[in-house]
Design a protein around this ligand. Structure first.
Ligand code: SAM
Ligand code: SF4
Ligand code: F3S
Length: 472
């Protein structure tokens, strides 16, 4: 049966604003603001969640620090996608025993995708007794209430029940000042790629109503944000759960009508749901960047089947051919996994061949990491780590050569860029991005930050372009 997307009722959300007020009043007698340190790991979706946590904390009266030792409240907003990410978090949790020893009143919270894993919350319950609050992404909207419970009961609070997930509108947000903003348009994932933990920790796919997304984008453009990224694990299935007769292409079309000088981009797209209609919409839009992050994961049809990706190598290549035919300036990036259980050297080389053939502008490359509870984690995995590393190195060499050549082709051209901040290179003190999200280090005046300018490209390497801002 079709699942109906569950919205948190406004009255329940209002109650959370009341808990924020209560916490605010609790701290009102203190001389200084309470201080929180929010450390976010993982993808942009988690970054967007971290900004909501900060929004709720600001409403509770908190100021912010990057130093856990100075904080009254430390929050680790975690990622579970690979083992390495999890190990880092357990390492950080270990370090926090010292800050808590110095300041026994310090509250320590663990949230995000790791917290939603039963295995992790059990380990924290048993072995990390200095952690006061553990909650998964499903409980993010009621963080003020959970924090209030910690402060008033002084007991450990766990809110980690498995759920399909909900949508909560109107949570306050602290955004980075500047030109870039993230807008989640949907949550969760239904795809169950066999290697991936995300569907287990983020619940089922659910889309925000189009009007809510449009309102948010409009207010961001009015506030001066110029580079807006729409987020979802698979934005191409946006709207499927709403049964409202609109899809992701329609959403892009509507956003494109919002007046202003801005770019809008999106991630991630799943090739099984990307359509020529989407590419046509991108091609004719004024604001949608001609940039596509379309993860292909493997160049071998057998491995793609084992991964449960539901497209073939040829279908992927033909999608890209179409996208490039309607957007010859398309900047294309992708995610790849090397060393999926049972992958042979020949199959890994099919991936390397696909990378060579397509010529991606940039690639996010990963060595397979087993995630307990996923289907792939129980498959036999005979290749050694050293073998996988060798295949991985070959992939990187091919991609780096491709990136360097694509970047070199910009030399001598004038491109429109958005100046988004300072760079750490004294010769090229500004950082900027092309429409395709290529990094351009620029010579120019700081007063250009936040503006679109024309830049003449003089030099390049594998990772960046270098140039000069032309007088406007
Ligand atoms: N939903 C997005 C998609 O399907 O393209 C990506 C989400 S995932 C957070 C980002 C990337 O991490 C994936 O595209 C995949 O390449 C990689 N990844 C996910 N699970 C992994 C695993 N178990 N080991 C290695 N890489 C993994
Ligand atoms: Fe993970 Fe696949 Fe969903 Fe992406 S589409 S989040 S890789 S299960
Ligand atoms: Fe993102 Fe990591 Fe969760 S990649 S969705 S924070 S598992």
């Amino acid at each position: 049966m079709e699942r109906k997307t569950v919205q948190i009722p406004p009255a329940d959300l209002d109650r959370q604003r009341e808990f924020e007020e209560k916490i605010y009043r609790m701290f009102a007698d203190r001389e200084a603001h309470p201080v929180a340190c929010v450390d976010t790991f993982g993808c942009q979706q988690n970054v967007a969640d971290g900004q909501k946590l900060m929004g709720m904390l600001r409403a509770c009266g908190f100021a912010f620090t990057k130093e856990p030792g100075e904080a009254d409240l430390v929050i680790l907003n975690t990622c579970a996608v690979r083992e390495h990410a999890e190990q880092r978090v357990f390492g950080n949790l270990g370090i926090l025993t010292h800050t808590k020893r110095e300041n026994p009143e310090q509250v320590i919270a663990l949230c995000g995708c790791m917290a939603q894993e039963e295995r992790v919350s059990r380990r924290v319950r048993e072995s990390y007794r200095h952690v006061d609050l553990v909650f998964g992404p499903h409980a993010l909207w009621k963080f003020p209430e959970l924090l209030w419970q910690v402060y008033t009961t002084r007991r450990r609070v766990f809110s980690v029940d498995a759920e399909d997930g909900t949508i909560a509108e109107g949570i306050p947000v602290v955004r980075e000042k500047g030109v870039k903003a993230w807008v989640s348009i949907m949550y969760g994932c239904n795809n169950f790629c066999s290697y991936c933990i995300v569907p287990y920790v983020r619940g089922r796919e659910r889309s925000r109503e189009m009007d809510c997304v449009l309102e948010e984008v409009r207010s961001l453009v009015e506030a001066g944000y110029k580079d807006i990224t729409l987020l979802g694990q698979n934005v191409n299935s946006y709207g499927n759960d709403l049964h409202a007769g609109y899809d992701f292409s329609d959403l892009l079309d509507q956003i494109d009508r919002i007046p202003g000088d801005y770019w809008v981009r999106f991630m991630s797209s799943h090739p099984k749901d990307a359509t020529p209609r989407l590419f046509d919409t991108m091609a004719r839009s004024r604001h949608v960047a001609h940039q596509l992050h379309l993860p292909f994961q493997s160049g071998s049809d057998r491995v793609l089947r084992e991964m449960n990706r539901r497209y073939t190598r040829e279908q992927y290549l033909s999608l890209i051919r179409y996208a490039k035919s309607v957007m010859p300036d398309l900047v294309l990036t992708s995610d790849v996994i090397i060393g999926f259980p049972g992958e042979t050297e020949a199959e890994a080389m099919e991936t390397v061949d696909l990378v060579d053939r397509v010529g991606f502008d940039a690639l996010f490359t990963f060595i397979y990491s087993p995630r307990p509870g996923t289907r792939a984690a129980s498959l036999p995995d005979p290749a050694t780590r050293a073998e996988k590393q060798q295949w991985f190195d070959r992939l990187l060499a091919v991609q780096n050569a491709r990136s360097a050549a694509l970047h070199a082709a910009y030399i001598g051209r004038t491109v429109r860029v958005l100046v988004d901040g300072k760079s750490d290179d004294p010769d090229f003190p500004l950082s900027s991005r092309t429409e395709g999200n290529r990094l351009v280090r620029l010579r120019g005046d700081e007063s250009l930050i936040g503006q679109f300018v024309d830049a003449r490209i003089e030099d390049s390497n594998t990772w960046a372009l270098f140039g000069e801002a032309l007088p406007g």
